[in-house]
Write a protein that binds this ligand. Structure first.
Ligand SMILES: Nc1ncnc2c1ncn2[C@@H]1O[C@H](COP(=O)(O)OP(=O)(O)OP(=O)(O)O)[C@@H](O)[C@H]1O
Length: 312
């Protein structure tokens, strides 16, 4: 568990973060959400002491992080940022193995672990192990960044807009991959994002910040249905229906059975919001839904626009 107690960061006369009290429970992903400049990144970087607080404290499993040497602290905390900064002269496997190598872990064990992690983030080890960062797409590089952060098996993972630089489809795919990884590994994750959909999709909890202070923390459902202030309502509320679609699978809105004629198809696991985007892109009001490539039903525009009235 990470605990922020009365945490402050002041620059001159102004506060980047002000009197922040917040708990990040073990094994959960907490999204730090809020408008640009509200203090998300500053908060995140105070956890691994890339930024030193002006006041208050950060407790990691009950221990004040000021009592730990920053380097030791950081080695135990995975860190993923938007510009992941892979080492260009090292290949993918060497990049992923950076921290285990630094910690003097057994080479053979590390090599096996690297392969396992590459597979986990959806990169075939045989294809990607030896590639250089310059040979990767943005999405692939970001996957390597996630694998690298997981390589030392840190209990805590800090992520700052990890999928921010990707195009929407690549972002969707990586968010899905990451959600599955997190379901399996149950790390304590703090993820900075200004993307409401991402926060609602991935967050077990969402902490919404405003002007350096905490506005509300709770489950996505709490923030959508039980906002504590006008700010929360406005920030999330413009199209709460659309936002909720981001967290639901297209299969939930599907009518099982055959399709009339040939339709664009999507996999049943795709999120419903992306399905809506594909309808808009392709100018169609119906999509075929597939499971492992086999057509199992259809989903219609109306079903997505009025969640709760859909099929299965
Ligand atoms: N080194 C610095 N010196 C002075 N002010 C700073 C410094 N770093 C951040 N700030 C200010 O602190 C506030 C919070 O910045 P921070 O980067 O934490 O915001 P953020 O919520 O992560 O924003 P964004 O989503 O745009 O990245 C901003 O007003 C910013 O201008």
């Amino acid at each position: 568990m990470i605990e922020l107690q009365g945490l402050n960061k002041r620059y001159g006369d102004s506060y980047a973060v002000r009197d922040l009290n917040l708990v990040f429970p073990d094994g959960q992903l907490t999204a730090l959400l809020g408008p640009s400049g509200c203090g998300k990144t500053t908060t995140l970087r105070m956890i691994n002491r890339l930024i030193e607080p002006s006041g208050g404290r950060v407790l990691l499993q009950g221990q004040d992080t000021r009592d730990l040497p920053p380097e030791a602290l950081r080695r135990g905390i995975g860190y993923v940022i938007q510009q992941i900064g892979l080492f260009p002269h090292l290949n993918v496997a060497q990049n992923v193995a950076t921290v285990p190598d630094l910690l003097g872990r057994d080479r053979r064990q590390t090599a096996a672990r690297v392969d396992e992690l590459l597979a986990l983030v959806g990169l075939d080890p045989d294809t990607f192990r030896k590639k250089k960062p310059a040979e990767l797409s943005g999405g692939q590089a970001q996957r390597v960044g996630v694998a690298r952060a997981l390589a030392a098996d840190p209990p805590v993972l800090l992520m700052d807009e990890p999928f921010g630089a990707l195009d929407p489809l690549a972002r969707d795919a990586l968010q899905d991959a990451f959600r599955k990884i997190q379901q399996r590994l149950r790390k304590t994750v703090v993820m900075v994002t200004h993307d409401i959909d991402e926060a609602l999709r991935l967050g077990d909890r969402v902490a919404l910040m405003n002007g350096g202070q905490l506005e509300q923390v709770g489950t996505p459902d709490d923030l959508i249905h039980r906002p504590v202030s006008a700010f929360v309502r406005q920030f999330l509320g413009e199209d709460a229906t659309l936002r909720q679609l981001a967290g639901r699978r297209v299969a939930e809105f599907m009518v099982p059975g055959p399709a009339a004629g040939s339709l664009p198809t999507v996999d049943e696991g795709l999120n419903a919001r992306s399905a809506l985007s594909i309808m808009l892109r392709d100018g169609t009001d119906t999509l075929g839904v597939t499971r492992q490539g086999e057509l199992i039903g259809t989903v219609r525009w109306e079903a997505l626009r009025t969640p709760g009235t859909g099929g299965a």
